[in-house]
Ligand binder design. Structure first.
Ligand code: CMP
Length: 141
């Protein structure tokens, strides 16, 4: 499974602006298979735990407030070279600096409301999938 999975969050502003459908379509049309998916409204506790690596940074409190402001969709995705290919598909963290055609360029608003999250390494992809999904949901075969 190493190298073949990544994890994404479609963020609150993407859900409230009705971009979930186009974003999932772009993801699947680029060769990613959705292995597990669910919609949920994160609690402050859950968002703080998920983003604990950013605790203490100047944007942390705003990030948690935003990520708990409405429902999100979390998903485990499968593809060869999943982490790197997904990061290319979503583009730079700052939508203004993202390449044309990337998900963040198309649907992001600013650094905080940047449409989607994507894992930054194989190790974190598995950690993030296991944060939201049970083994029963992600280890089907
Ligand atoms: P994400 O991929 O979800 O990982 C951490 C998030 O923190 C990131 O996307 C941005 O939404 C947010 N973030 C990172 N850097 C900044 C910043 N300088 N200002 C505001 N938000 C940021």
């Amino acid at each position: 499974m190493n190298g073949e999975i990544t994890f994404t969050i479609v963020k609150p502003s993407s859900i409230s602006r009705n971009h979930l459908g186009p974003i999932l379509t772009q993801i699947t049309e680029n060769g990613f298979k959705i292995i597990a998916i669910k919609m949920l409204h994160l609690s402050t506790y859950q968002a703080s735990a998920f983003y604990s690596v950013h605790k203490g940074k100047f944007f942390f409190d705003d990030l948690i407030e935003y990520m708990t402001s409405g429902p999100v969709v979390v998903a485990m995705l499968e593809k060869d070279n999943a982490v790197d290919d997904f990061r290319k598909l979503i583009g730079a963290t700052n939508p203004e600096k993202a390449d044309n055609g990337t998900i963040r360029k198309l649907y992001g608003i600013d650094m905080q409301r940047n449409a989607v999250h994507g894992s930054d390494s194989d190790e974190n992809a598995l950690i993030e999938c296991r944060f939201f999904f049970s083994d029963l949901e992600i280890f089907a075969d």
